[in-house]
Design a binder for this molecule. Sequence first.
Ligand SMILES: [Zn+2]
Length: 348
Amino acid sequence: MHNNKFKTMAVAAAALMSVLLTSCSNQVQQTEKSGTAGEISQTSAETTAEPTTQISSGSSAEPTTAKPLNLVEDLSKYDLKDGDSLEQIVSKMENKYGIDIVYGNDIRTEFKDENETLRAKPNTNDNEIAAALKDIDEGLNALPKGFIKQLPYGKHKILKMYLTGPITIDGVDRGGVPAFTSDSDEELYLTIEVLEQGVVNVPTVLHELTHIIDFKLHYDGIINEDDWSKLNPEGFAYDNSYGDSLAGKKDPKYCYTTDHYVGHNTDNSNDDIWFYYCYSKVNAYEDRATMLENLVVYRIWNYEIAEGLYKCPHMKAKMEYYLKLIEKDFAMNGSDRDSWADAFRKIS
Ligand SMILES: [Zn+2]
């Protein structure tokens, strides 16, 4: 069912840290109960399928005023330069992406929903925050112009990006949570853990952004999970539980690989692959977020985390379908659209 009441946490980057995610089985059960409760259909009725054309100014230094989305604007004035102060970096990125960046002691430290509480400690090291922002900028910069500005949906007018220190779940230090977001909060936020020396997990940041894309696709009534499930194997159902895939019980059936960052390690032939890795089978949101990560990383750094992933015909079909939904809901200029299509063509 529609998973519209869950806190989405990133899959840890095994290469960077051995992170564990919370077991969310109770969340999903609750989601199943509430999944048809009408929040999505209700909200989708309120919105138009037309791409958003009015956005709010992202600058936190000025009052928020609506200004038209400009998809051909020359944004080079916001390019980060060596020697930029943290304040300059923040200001440029806020203007470029239309987001609100919050860091240091100004962060929100508690993110609570009905199932769990995530707590973040501040990171007050300006050099680390600046280094993290440069890496995040590299990631966001690979997205089509104006894309991030279009993410806020419904009551949300702006995406808040919290840059924090260590994050714990329900008071337990699980070795870090690289990033997380939620669709059941007063704010639309993306919280990112900045580790020592400013290390951030950029693919996970993009993974979380994919969840926000999905929140918007649902809100706007663009995505239909029943239609989506038709792209999966006959008789397949998502686990709807985070538990097993995080507890090491990983069933490689239909998967390209068992885990993030380890290459194609299953015996499945390309024709028998419908999912990137085991975590992708938790629910449709994780499926799409993991699937898109590979393309986004290719856009940023010109290599695939999962080489040949979209050469598997079912993966290709799912990705094509998803990209079409995104195109339907997000305005983008012609050159960005072509460039993304071209990138996908090259690796599929
Ligand atoms: Zn996720």
